[in-house]
Write a protein that binds this ligand. Structure first.
Ligand code: ADP
Ligand code: MG
Length: 282
């Protein structure tokens, strides 16, 4: 059942509807790919969940019990204005218990949801290890606190987290290198380690292989697979390379003009004629 649920999620920018009434489920432990042409609303959808943007309409729910998720799925099928009193009350209850709609980014991170940002999150003058330590430290307290550094035990813990995450992305050999002088692919892996420092259950990756060489792409794909298998992470990724998607995704959601036009296993999506017309080019 769903770890993350979206219900009627909508984002309008003045005249443009970037995300249009999206119902989507991310299952616990799966790797879900979101695909679709440029401008389809993939990044906006992720930003609505991770707190970088506030939805115009709709709701996001996190970490539901199976029973509650089943109820949500049932009610979600009924259009808003056709829901009876009982369904309205039930969904209010679910929103109160599980709703993360419109939360601030740091609140979302504390819930266990993280996003791998592109280069913006790296401090180039600090070492790879210091970058991950900073991120682990920020998570421990919700925000960075200087006096925390005086508490040795806590810092040991932060350093252990940093070691673990640098090992997970195979950067432990370069942990004392200044982040700014790492090769491009290593920088992108460091961003993933920074995202992992908050020890999330759910990790969003927006085009993690963009701009990578074939070798860097290969090792990133291996990494995503390992994160799912070894850390038990649930992963949502936006990716253009269909070969990569078919290799690592358990399910694929297809966005077109802000709306979900298909959602299912790779095989189901591949056979979907709407998808073939809109995206795969016939
Ligand atoms: P994708 O990631 O699928 O390529 P985006 O989610 O980035 O697409 O964008 C969806 C649509 O919303 C595009 O038409 C884009 O131009 C528009 N858009 C995205 N962010 C903003 C913004 N902050 N202000 C106005 N329009 C935006
Ligand atoms: Mg995008």
């Amino acid at each position: 059942m769903g770890l993350l649920e979206m219900e009627g999620l909508t984002k309008r920018f003045s005249g443009l509807t970037a995300v249009d009434d999206v119902d989507l489920t991310v299952e616990r432990g799966e790797t879900k790919a979101i695909i679709g042409p440029n401008g389809a609303g993939k990044s906006t959808t992720i930003n609505l969940v991770t707190g970088l943007l506030e939805p115009t309409e709709g709701h996001v729910y996190y970490d539901l019990s199976d029973e509650d998720a089943a109820d949500l799925h049932e009610i979600r099928e009924v259009p808003d204005d056709e829901r009876d009193q009982q369904q309205r009350q039930r969904i209010e209850q679910l929103r109160k218990e599980y709703g993360i709609t419109g939360s601030e980014p740091h609140e979302v991170v504390q819930k266990g949801i993280s996003k791998s940002f592109q280069t913006a999150s790296i401090f180039p003058g600090m070492t790879a290890r210091e970058n991950v330590q900073m991120a682990a430290l920020a998570n421990e307290h919700g925000s960075f606190q200087l006096n925390f550094l005086r508490k040795r035990d806590s810092f040991t813990e932060v350093d252990e987290t940093a070691t673990e995450m640098l090992e997970a992305v195979e950067l432990h050999g370069s942990d004392d290198v200044e982040a700014g002088s790492l090769p491009y692919g290593d920088k992108r892996r460091l961003e993933i380690a920074i995202a992992l420092a908050s020890e999330p259950d759910l990790l969003f990756m927006d085009e993690p292989t963009a701009g990578m060489s074939p070798e860097e792409t290969q090792s990133t794909v291996d990494l995503v697979e390992r994160l799912q298998e070894e850390l038990g992470l649930t992963i949502v990724l936006v990716e253009h390379d269909m070969e990569i998607i078919f290799r690592i995704a358990d399910s694929i959601a297809v966005l077109n003009r802000g709306a979900i036009i298909a959602d299912g296993t790779p095989e189901e999506v591949q056979d979907n004629t709407d998808v073939q017309e809109a995206y795969l080019g016939g």
